[in-house]
Design a protein around this ligand. Structure first.
Ligand code: ADE
Ligand code: ZN
Length: 337
């Protein structure tokens, strides 16, 4: 391991942008498909992995939804979540704020209860056995209509205590945040925090909408904020966190090269940016690989990496006291390494 690799590996980290369905590793996918008598249209793990080559978000989403098709029972969702938790535990991740996409499953006849109960059981076990604290974010699929999102919100109400926030993901272009104004209002009235994917492929205008119409407390991705100086000034002023995902952006051609990733520019403009993995099974890496990819490409210093790690705790929904504890731990780690 290089010095910087070691530094990243040992640093206490938080992840704020992670889709549990995007952690579905091919090996586990084949295992669960066999258990459920489901066909995967690839003959081997290698052949499936070879299909992971994307020109844009939609090409990825088509494969991602197809992969999720083999998940059926509570145990499947538990196994998926547990595999992620054990993996990131080995990378010194101590806090995760995880998305799940209920409509990906309920639209194929899988009960909402199976999905959330399996995920929740693993998250609780992760907290108790691995010391990973968590929050859960229910994400609406924006290519579906608002009525479907309303139905999903209804299904979530009995599990309100298990879900901290609602989010918005899937195909961005042509599906602006404005389409979900009413269901987000209802979610806020029910006590949910709100976040939204915005400005990944879509324009800066979608980020304005996420702020003004959906009243989000974080922007997921937000790359296209840089197209609009007024927006950047506003995001910086209100310390709106952006959950960036470098390897995802590279694989989905949001950026052509990590060397051109505008991370330092964003930091210099006062944006509260964080590093995340998005869909690690599809994009070639979990947290350490994302930190390392961007650190190597941009020649980041330990100090800059420490700022990024602290930003993630700052932007999390841990209590103020927990945030302070973790930020102190990261600073301590920096001083000793
Ligand atoms: N669902 C899973 N990953 C996503 C991404 N990067 N953008 C939009 N929707 C997603
Ligand atoms: Zn995402």
């Amino acid at each position: 391991m290089t010095r910087i690799e070691e530094f990243i590996a040992g640093m206490p980290k938080a992840e704020l942008h992670l889709h549990i369905e995007g952690t579905f590793e091919p090996e586990l996918m084949f295992e669960i498909a066999k258990r459920n008598n489901k066909e995967i249209p690839y003959s081997s793990v290698e052949e499936l992995k070879a299909a992971y080559s994307f020109n844009n978000l939609q090409e990825f989403l088509d494969i991602y939804y197809a992969g999720a098709n083999v998940l059926i029972g509570e145990q499947d969702f538990y196994d998926l979540t547990w595999a992620y938790l054990t993996k990131v535990h080995s990378q010194n991740l101590v806090h995760t704020e995880m998305f799940f996409d209920p409509q990906t499953h309920t639209n194929r006849g899988v009960a909402f209860d199976m999905v959330i109960q399996g995920i929740h059981r693993a998250l609780e076990e992760g907290k108790n056995k691995l010391g990973i604290s968590y929050r859960l974010i229910m994400s609406f699929l924006r290519h579906l209509d608002e009525e479907s999102a309303f139905k999903t919100l209804e299904q979530a109400m009995p599990y309100k205590d298990w879900i901290s926030a609602v989010g918005l993901d899937s195909s961005e272009m042509g599906n602006p945040p404005a389409k979900f104004t009413n269901v987000f209002r209802k979610a806020r009235e029910a006590g949910f925090i709100t976040v939204a994917h915005a400005g990944e492929e879509g324009p800066a205008e979608y980020i304005w909408e996420a702020l003004d119409l959906l009243k989000v407390t974080r922007i997921d991705h937000g790359n296209h904020s840089l197209d609009d100086d007024e927006l950047v000034a506003r995001l910086a002023k209100i310390k709106m966190p952006l959950t960036l995902c470098p390897l995802s952006n590279l694989e989905l051609k949001v950026v052509t090269d990590l060397k051109e990733y505008p991370l330092v520019e964003m930091m210099d403009k006062g944006l509260l940016v964080t590093i995340n993995s998005d869909d690690p099974a599809y994009f070639g890496g979990y947290m350490n690989e994302n930190y390392l990819g961007i650190a190597n490409a941009l020649d980041l210093t330990k100090e800059q990496l420490t700022v990024l790690a602290k930003n993630a705790f700052m932007a999390s929904w841990l209590s103020d006291k927990e945030k302070e504890t973790m930020i102190n731990k990261v600073e301590e780690y920096y001083k000793n390494n």
